[in-house]
Design a protein around this ligand. Structure first.
Ligand SMILES: Cc1cc2nc3c(=O)[nH]c(=O)nc-3n(C[C@H](O)[C@H](O)[C@H](O)COP(=O)(O)OP(=O)(O)OC[C@H]3O[C@@H](n4cnc5c(N)ncnc54)[C@H](O)[C@@H]3O)c2cc1C
Length: 423
């Protein structure tokens, strides 16, 4: 039995393998019949990685293949986690330009769903990919570094084959100066475009039932690093963000009507802080509170409307939410199924504590984000199907054509892909 990180998806593959080389992946594809699914670290909230056929874990295909210092690129095996990639690149004086909140995902799993961080001038991970090695349904290896198949395969949903290696465009290792500051929701929305444009990376967390946010910015700086002491970093990023949040969530689960008070107390306790550290230590932090999540990429001008509608819905329904809403920006990119395809967007993510039912809250905010043309994160909960998604992606039909050419028998499909791709 396989389960995802949140414990919300279970699957019973009829066979599970851990190939150690590209040749073993080819062999597995050529000698098996029936559905095949590569799986990363199981951190998707959707059932995108589930299968009842052959499950292929790439954990043993982890490590650095090579670095091209002149081109500032690095190639890692597909099962390498982001955390290990950061360490391996750091050893060569390199770093990825922009990362999400955590570093547990495998690189191939992360890019397959369009995993992103924040930064109005920066793309998500798939936008940082310059080449991929893909083993097709025929067991052939394709080295993709441009062209239609490459543009389809970067955010490939695991639907086109098994990726065995990924080449990233990097930048010289850098420090980020991080500033966290509590602020009002209105003032943050009023100056949003200017604010995100004046920082390399900027995001905010809105606390439902309040009009307060925690803003977080980070910008490239020269050293020396002025990092938080280990004790303070653990206290704020691990203990407060996990243990205390878990307790607040448990309390809110027992006494849901007390949640607005709990949130009001939480925002009163928010404080400012400033530090600098190696980029990936600023981008990523541990997440141990288990939650389901939905997230959509929406046009930036629609942000205020979406948050106002979410507030209005909470004010008129007997539903109380502890988990902060996370708002991040990204530059448009050119991967066909990227949520930011040819659009500068803002990601709005809604969470719920795992012990509480998220469905009413997620359905309400999904309706608003659909209406403004939002594109759901492929790895986070949503109810859209192929007919809803096709008009949101100008190259959707082209993606299906590439898939038809590479996998006409749909060996890499599963229930989720049948829903979102139509077969
Ligand atoms: C705590 C937490 C925090 C998160 N934070 C963020 C965030 O900040 N930003 C964000 O955008 N997302 C975030 N996510 C979502 C997460 O990044 C994505 O769901 C990501 O796809 C998970 O990567 P994974 O390695 O676990 O892939 P899995 O969930 O295991 O698989 C995802 C897809 O990738 C495919 N795949 C995996 N390996 C291969 C391969 N070798 N070849 C072809 N296809 C493959 C699978 O078949 C599947 O379709 C978060 C999730 C969690 C649980």
């Amino acid at each position: 039995m396989w389960t995802n990180w949140a414990g919300t998806v279970r699957a019973s593959p009829n066979r599970t393998i851990w190939p150690a080389s590209e040749a073993e992946v080819q062999e597995a594809i050529r000698t098996s019949t029936g559905p095949i699914k590569a799986v990363g670290s199981g951190h998707s909230f959707t059932s995108i990685a589930a299968t009842d056929g052959l499950m292929v874990h790439l954990d043993r295909m982890s490590g650095l293949v090579g670095v091209d210092h002149e081109a500032c690129t690095a190639t890692v095996l597909a099962g390498t986690t982001i955390a290990r990639t950061n360490v391996l690149l750091g050893g060569h004086g390199l770093a990825l330009s922009n990362l999400g909140d955590i570093d547990r995902q495998a690189v191939a799993g992360a890019i397959a769903t369009g995993t992103h961080g924040t930064g109005s001038r920066f793309t998500g991970l798939a936008g940082q990919v310059v080449a991929l090695d893909l083993v097709t349904a025929e067991g052939e290896v394709r080295r993709l570094a441009g062209g239609d198949t490459f543009d389809a395969a970067r955010v490939g949903l695991g639907a086109l084959g098994i990726v065995t290696a990924v080449t990233f465009r990097c930048e010289p290792a850098f420090l980020l100066r991080a500033v966290d500051r509590p602020a009002g929701l209105e003032e943050t929305l009023d100056g949003y475009e200017d604010w995100i444009g004046s920082h390399d990376h900027a995001e905010f967390f809105w606390f439902p039932h309040t009009r307060r946010v925690l803003t977080k910015t980070s910008d490239r700086v020269h050293g020396p690093a002025r990092s938080l002491s280990r004790g303070r970093a653990w206290f704020e990023d691990d203990f407060m963000a996990n243990t205390v949040l878990e307790q607040a969530n448990r309390l809110g689960t027992r006494y849901p009507r007390a949640i607005p008070v709990i949130n009001a107390m939480t925002v009163r306790g928010l404080t400012s802080r400033e530090y600098s550290d190696t980029s990936h230590r600023v981008f990523c932090s541990p997440r141990r509170v288990v939650f389901p999540e939905t997230e959509f990429a929406i046009p930036r001008p629609a942000l205020r409307h979406v948050l106002i509608e979410a507030q209005r819905w909470l004010a008129t329904h007997d539903e109380h939410i502890t988990a902060p809403v996370e708002v991040r920006a990204a530059a448009g990119d050119d991967a066909w199924l990227s949520m930011a395809y040819q659009r500068d967007i803002v990601y709005v993510a809604f969470h719920q504590f795992v012990r509480r039912d998220e469905r009413r809250w997620f359905a309400a905010v999904e309706a608003v984000m659909r209406e403004v043309g939002g594109r759901p994160h492929w790895g986070k909960l949503h109810n859209l199907a192929a007919d809803d998604l096709a008009p949101r992606y100008p190259r959707f039909a082209d993606f299906l054509a590439v898939r038809e050419a590479l996998d006409p028998e749909r060996r890499f499909t599963n229930t989720y892909l049948r829903r979102v791709l139509g077969s």
